[in-house]
Design a protein around this ligand. Structure first.
Ligand SMILES: Cc1cc2nc3c(=O)[nH]c(=O)nc-3n(C[C@H](O)[C@H](O)[C@H](O)COP(=O)(O)O)c2cc1C
Length: 198
C-alpha cells in the first residue's frame, strides 16, 4: 500500500464506542508506512449545512472545523466512515459531513470532484441488531455516495454491540477486521449502470 493515507472519520455521539473499537482493530492491520489520521466529527462539529448551490458559489472554508475537515479529506487516499447505525443509516454528524461535500463540490478552485474520483471510501459500523441486513440503508448510502463521486468502494465492516465494548465479543467481526482493508475496492457503479443489484 505505497503512498496511502487513511482518514478515519468518527461519527458516533460517544467516544471509544463500538464502531471506533472495530475500526481500530481493522486499522491495526494496516502496514506501518500507511499514514492514518483520526478525526472525531463530534469533537470537530461542522456548522449546519446551508445549501447555497443555486444562489452563489460556496466559499472555501479557511480554518475552523470545516477547513480542517476539508483539508483532511482532500489529503486522504482512503476515507473511512466510522459511524454507528442510527435509525438504520449513518449518524447525524456523519450525514452532515457528507452534506458538506455538496458545498465542497461547488467550491471553486479546490477540484473536489476530480480529487475524490478514484480514491476509496470504506465504512465501519456497529449496530445493536444481530441481523446485519437492517444496515442495508447505511450500506446503500455509502455505496451510492462512492458511485456518485466515481470513487472506489471497499464495503462496510459490520459489528454487533449495544453498550461500549460489546463489539469485542463479536468474534466474526473481529476476524473480518483483520483483512478488511486488504479487500479489493472496485470503482463503485450505480445498479442501473451495471444491471446488477448493489
Ligand atoms: C440514536 C440511536 C439510534 C440507533 N439506531 C439503531 C438502529 O437503527 N439499529 C440498530 O441496530 N441499533 C441502533 N442503535 C444502537 C447503536 O447502533 C449501538 O448501540 C452501537 O453499538 C453504537 O455504536 P457506538 O458505540 O460506536 O456509538 C441506535 C443508537 C442510538 C443512540
Amino acid at each position: 500500500m505505497p503512498n496511502r493515507r487513511f482518514l478515519f472519520l468518527l461519527g458516533s455521539s460517544r467516544s471509544e464506542g463500538n464502531s471506533e473499537l472495530l475500526a481500530r482493530r481493522a486499522a491495526e492491520q494496516l502496514p506501518a508506512e500507511v499514514e492514518q489520521e483520526w478525526i472525531s466529527l463530534t469533537e470537530h462539529p461542522l456548522p449546519e449545512f446551508a445549501d447555497l448551490r443555486h444562489d452563489t458559489d460556496h466559499v472555501r472554508p479557511t480554518g475552523g472545523d470545516a477547513g480542517l475537515l476539508l483539508d483532511a479529506t482532500l489529503a486522504a487516499t482512503d476515507l473511512v466512515i466510522v459511524s454507528p447505525l442510527y435509525w438504520y443509516s449513518v449518524s447525524a454528524p456523519t450525514k452532515r459531513y457528507l452534506d458538506h461535500w455538496s458545498g465542497w463540490l461547488r467550491t471553486p478552485d479546490i477540484g473536489f470532484r476530480d480529487t475524490m474520483a478514484g480514491r476509496t471510501l470504506w465504512g465501519v459500523t456497529a449496530l445493536a441488531h444481530e441481523e446485519f441486513e437492517v444496515a442495508d440503508p447505511l450500506y446503500g448510502t455509502l455505496h451510492h455516495t462512492a458511485a456518485y463521486m466515481r470513487m472506489r468502494f471497499g464495503g462496510v465492516l459490520l459489528g454487533n454491540g449495544s453498550k461500549p465494548g460489546d463489539v469485542l465479543a463479536d468474534t466474526a467481526a473481529l476476524a473480518q477486521a483483520k483483512t478488511f482493508f486488504a479487500r479489493e475496492a472496485p470503482v463503485a457503479r450505480f445498479p442501473y449502470e451495471t444491471g446488477e443489484p448493489a
